[in-house]
Design a protein around this ligand. Structure first.
Ligand code: SAH
Length: 379
């Protein structure tokens, strides 16, 4: 009889409680969990034999049923501004993208949560790639694992290590809730990456029930892809709005930091020329945000092949921002980073084995030639 070998358990995807349960099942003491967590995430070991404070017998016991599998770097590139992008190949052949953005005082890693995205926001190239599947917790934390190792090897080229993580890469993190929360737990754990809750930001297009659930599980920073001040416009730009309209979304945002009066939800607002950037729309945004502890992040639109949208001009962005500032709303313009290597917001595409056939429909619809190849060069 033919049997398919059962893949071993990937220890990379287990947070501390998961590892404790694993060792309990093996009849071992729970403190083994912190030892293993440290070996994998702190020391970066990939082999159980290397865990020298575990007895040989225990290492063999673990290795019989588990291993450590990290995503493979298919391709990596650095833009002129120092932004670094990794294309990571997953075991099933799909590819995802992870981006590191070095700044004066911090280094931000932008992590993907899904292969593609189901939401199909009109101005986002990830959405146009269609969707394949959710990432596992191992594949999400694996991006941090790879980046931390890779950056330390490049010491000198980069001034900063990873100090912040943003879940702003490919996918909608709140539609992959459990894996994302497990991975964030490891980012927060002192025996893994030890980042503070303020240095991890989850960005959502507005999956309202999951915002309430998130609040029960953790209190990382929250960013919301708002992009429009009215339901009529947001229904077009972010179709998820038809399911969770602005009234409900704003209520969820108010509730998120209800118990911490010093924290603000970040509202992301992509600046699209003649679509959402008028003074009247700024005034509508001010009305919408009344009573919500929010700051606004204006994101100049990053173009991608076949898109019909254009970036608002700098004077228009400045005008929009000053209207918000005059109303007492903290608004900043996000600096575009990494656009030279297609690593900027909304430009991450990876290589998605699209199951929705959306990518083909999109290319047919906008069949104007000159389409960018999605083939990933292999070094
Ligand atoms: N699905 C989540 C995570 C993606 S975050 C979310 O929607 O929040 C990526 C951020 O970049 C979001 O705010 C998204 O709206 C924004 N974005 C998408 N496409 C963009 C583009 N072409 N130019 C600038 N920002 C874009």
């Amino acid at each position: 009889m033919l049997t398919t070998p059962c893949p071993k358990l990937n220890l990379l995807g287990l947070h501390r409680l998961g590892l404790e349960a694993f060792f309990k099942a093996l009849g071992e003491k729970p403190y083994r969990a912190t030892q293993v967590l440290k070996w994998i995430h702190f020391q970066g070991v990939q082999h159980i034999e290397a865990m020298s404070n575990l007895s040989k017998a225990l290492r063999e016991k673990i290795a019989a049923i588990a291993d450590i599998r990290v995503p493979e770097v298919a391709y990596e590139t650095t833009s002129a501004d120092g932004t670094h992008k990794w294309v990571l190949r997953l075991a099933d052949g799909n590819c995802i993208e992870t981006v590191f953005i070095p700044e004066q005082t911090r280094g931000t890693l932008c992590v993907s949560s899904q292969v593609g995205c189901t939401l199909n926001c009109d101005f986002c190239s990830t959405g146009k790639q269609g969707f394949n599947r959710n990432l596992t917790a191992a594949e999400i934390i694996g991006q941090v694992w790879v980046a931390v190792r890779s950056l330390s090897e490049k010491q000198g080229e980069h001034d900063h290590a990873v100090t912040n993580v943003v879940l702003m890469g490919m996918g909608e993190p709140l539609l992959n809730f459990d894996a994302v929360v497990t991975a964030m737990n490891m980012m927060l754990d002192d025996f893994a990456y030890g980042l503070s809750k303020r240095r991890i930001t989850l960005s959502t297009a507005g999956v309202v029930p999951a915002i309430y659930q998130l609040r029960e599980r953790t209190d990382v920073a929250l960013a919301v892809s708002l992009h429009a001040p009215t339901d009529a416009l947001r229904n077009v730009l972010v179709p998820l709005n038809k399911k969770y309209p602005l009234k409900d979304l704003m209520a969820a945002c108010k509730a998120y930091f209800k118990n911490d009066k010093r924290r603000y939800v970040t509202m992301e607002y992509v600046m699209l020329a003649d679509v959402n950037d008028s003074p009247q729309q700024a005034a509508e945004l001010i009305q919408l945000l009344k009573g919500v502890r929010a700051k606004v992040n204006l994101i100049p639109f990053n173009p991608f092949p076949h898109t019909l949208y254009q970036r608002s001009s700098q004077p228009v962005i400045d005008r929009f921002r000053s209207i918000l500032l005059n109303a007492g709303i903290n608004a900043i313009t996000r600096k575009t980073r990494g656009d030279g290597i297609d690593a900027a917001c909304g430009q991450l595409v990876g290589q998605v084995k699209d199951r929705t056939r959306r990518s083909a429909r999109y290319l047919n619809k906008s069949n104007r030639g000159g389409e960018k190849s999605l083939e990933i060069p292999i070094k």
